[in-house]
Write a new protein. Structure first.
Length: 438
């Protein structure tokens, strides 16, 4: 039986990451982890940007291969010069369960998901997560069944690996390349760079997750959030048009909102400044650069949500099992007219509330058959991280996997308790995680 090691000189792993190139940092940390536990092999599986697969990016063999076979999953291997990435689609198996439940999966020898060279070993899958954001999984093959203390330690070390990934991806395109199983157009590249680096955030008083399912011809959707000491800022916007023009309009809109926010402006001032900038730009190029959106902020001490509706569909409020559309004043889209007036609607959130923001790609055109209220109610018990993907899947299926407009979702769960601390274990709050798939 594999017993716990007193390895935890974390400096050893940090030193390995710092000594290596950013391209090799995860491999080197994986190697050190494997050696510490006498593992036969260690892999890092990064979450695919589609949200529907894992990608084996780093694989470090540490014991001689039996040479008994070849992993069928390698048929999905992608290569770029010396880099290799193997796509492992979600199929309800242990990898998806580990991401969904944020719990370590321990699999006995013979697990069908393992390479046949490693099928005689124990397989451990530990979530690589930071503040509820699923970055991927640490996969380790061990000669004997690990004790519970070893499993707990691997969970902690997988959390450490999350910070290695976050730090090193700033210096290389490797991680972006690995998590993209499809080619991006220019407009999609612009659009992705507008989104926040982490699509999920857990804090003491709230859990938030966003998702953007792009149309074939990008429709200019974005979502954003930023946490201050006593405020949570958030937005969901939909720029007019498609393609590069829509992506550029969305870029100007988000730039305006973020710049005003970082200057300490009030919510109404942020919206007004952005509206004027878009309107003036439209005049200068004789175009129509307007953006519909919901721009808001939550006062974390009280749960008060201030929300500006700039020509957008209102959000849904799920409270105590009852779903309603949030009653809020609607003003003009941003950029239609300079110096347009804007007002905010105030709603006091109660612990247990869920707010669901969607763009019209979830409601119109070939996604019109979506029972969105039913889908929201049907995902009530899921973590927002799973909710946003499930709702996007619903729209995608209804559209025959051919969306004519971006479908974007932002989900906010309000817990209260701002002055308290979040209950966290290895990067996630286990009490908020989704239940396993049946």
């Amino acid at each position: 039986m594999v017993r716990r090691r007193r390895l935890a000189d974390v400096r050893r792993f940090i030193a390995a990451a710092e000594a290596a190139s950013p391209v090799e940092a995860v491999d080197q940390v994986a190697r050190e982890l494997g050696l510490a536990f006498d593992a036969a092999a260690v892999s890092f599986l990064i979450a695919d940007l589609s949200g529907r697969a894992l990608v084996r990016l780093a694989h470090v063999p540490l014991a001689p291969s039996r040479g008994t076979g070849h992993d069928p999953a390698l048929l999905r291997e992608r290569r770029d010069d010396e880099e290799s990435a193997t796509v492992l689609p979600f199929d309800g198996g242990p990898g998806e369960q580990a991401v969904r439940t944020q719990a370590v999966q321990v699999l006995a020898p013979g697990d069908a998901g393992a390479d046949s060279d490693l099928a005689h070993l124990w397989r451990v899958l530990a979530p690589v997560t930071e503040r509820g954001e699923s970055i991927g999984l640490l996969e380790m093959f061990l000669p004997d069944e690990p004790e519970q203390a070893v499993v707990a330690e691997l969970a902690e070390l997988a959390h450490l690996l999350a910070f290695v990934v976050i730090a090193n991806r700033r210096h290389t395109d490797l991680f972006d390349w690995a998590e993209r199983s499809q080619q991006f157009s220019l407009s999609a590249e612009i659009q992705q760079r507008l989104l926040p680096p982490a699509r999920t955030c857990e804090a003491a008083s709230f859990t938030l997750a966003g998702w953007l399912e792009p149309a074939a011809d990008i429709g200019g959707d974005t979502f954003d959030y930023s946490l201050a000491r006593d405020w949570l800022h958030l937005s969901l916007t939909d720029a007019m048009g498609h393609g590069v023009d829509a992506a550029l309009t969305a870029s100007m809109c988000l730039g305006g909102l973020r710049g005003a926010r970082r200057r300490g402006m009030s919510l109404i001032e942020q919206v007004a400044l952005t509206n004027d900038a878009l309107a003036q730009h439209a005049v200068s190029r004789d175009g129509e650069d307007f953006v519909a959106g919901l721009i808001g902020r939550v006062e974390l001490q009280t749960g008060r949500l201030d929300l500006v509706n700039a020509g957008h569909v209102p959000p849904y409020l799920l409270r105590a099992g009852e779903l309603t559309l949030l009653d809020c004043d609607t003003d003009l889209p941003l950029g239609m007219f300079a110096e347009s007036g804007y007002a905010s609607t105030q709603v006091t959130l109660e612990p247990g509330d869920r707010i669901v923001f969607v763009t019209d790609g979830m409601l119109e055109r070939n996604a019109a058959d979506v029972d969105l209220p039913g889908a929201i109610l049907g995902t009530e018990d899921l973590h927002p991280r799973e909710v946003v993907r499930a709702l996007a899947d619903t729209a995608l299926a209804a559209a025959g996997h051919a969306l004519q407009d971006d479908a974007t979702v932002l989900v906010l769960d309000w817990h209260g308790r701002h002055e308290g601390s979040r209950t966290a274990a290895s990067g996630a709050d286990p009490s908020r995680a989704s239940d396993p798939l049946p």
